[in-house]
Design a protein around this ligand. Structure first.
Ligand code: ATP
Length: 246
């Protein structure tokens, strides 16, 4: 498997005094699911923002190290260019346009790529097959659906831009266990059937380690551990030490 994303020893700060990352390295190979684990404030969101070149230019910056997506130095590309290249992110907090319907939200994900109606209709069908609940709610305002359905809508919108690598920041946050299972099962199916690669930051390490092929643990802005998820799953010491779980 070739490397789709390679993050090599990045350092980033939000200001002179706030150093958020000081040596994060992660690799995602084509077709792989990678979990990014770490306790509150470890630097997961900052890492993912750096991957999509979303850190605020005037403050948060990658000072050293490199991030290469499919041969591209991401720091030389705008977030929109990266989306067109297949690197698509679902930010923390299941952002939807609340006054638009579910379907309008989904279609908005296809706008950047200049597709025709037939293509968009086919991709909508694919999203509805992935998340059947969205088909039933397609004419409902995104502000009136449940948190789980909003997360599905945010993921569905990302799928509409036809990612090769989908990056998700805490998709399970605030959702009921059953809904979390539905979402992770759907993501796993996209990985299996469509070869979609995934990089998923999670505080819920139990769920993430069941789902991922590989996991990387960061602590205080630094990669401390990386390996097959199956090996980390049974290591209670790792969970207790790095992830604040008992
Ligand atoms: P969480 O799960 O709580 O989001 P995280 O692992 O995603 O945690 P980050 O949000 O990346 O961690 O935060 C890493 C460090 O950077 C923390 O010390 C945090 O306080 C700091 N930080 C994050 N965002 C900003 C910002 N916009 N301005 C200044 N400091 C920030």
């Amino acid at each position: 498997m070739s490397n789709l994303l390679e993050i090599d020893a990045i350092h980033a700060s939000y200001s002179e005094t706030i150093k958020a990352l000081s040596g994060v390295s992660i690799r995602v190979r084509d077709g792989e699911i990678v979990a990014l684990l770490g306790s509150n404030g470890a630097g997961k969101s900052t890492t993912l923002k750096a991957v999509s070149n979303l850190l605020p230019a005037e403050r948060g910056q990658v000072k050293s190290g490199s991030i290469v997506f499919d041969g591209r130095d991401v720091q030389r590309h705008s977030p929109a260019e990266l989306v067109r290249a297949g690197l698509v992110q679902v930010l923390e907090g299941r952002h939807c346009f609340k006054s638009l319907s579910v379907e309008e939200n989904l279609v908005s994900g296809a706008l950047g790529r200049g597709s025709g109606r037939a293509d968009i209709a086919r991709d909508l069908d694919h999203v509805y097959a992935t998340f059947p609940r969205l088909r039933d709610k397609r004419h409902t305002s995104a502000g009136l659906i449940s948190g789980g359905e909003q997360q599905m809508t945010a993921i569905g919108r990302a799928l509409m831009s036809r990612p090769r690598l989908l990056v998700l920041d805490e998709p399970s946050m605030g959702l009921a266990p059953m809904v979390i299972q539905d979402i992770f099962r759907a993501l796993k199916k996209l990985n299996r059937d469509n070869g979609l690669s995934l990089l998923v930051a999670e505080q819920n390490s139990t769920v993430a380690l069941q789902f991922a092929d590989v996991a990387t643990v960061i602590e205080n802005g630094r990669t401390v551990l990386s390996g097959p998820a199956a090996e980390l799953r049974d290591r209670a010491d790792i969970k207790a030490f790095y992830l604040g779980e008992s």
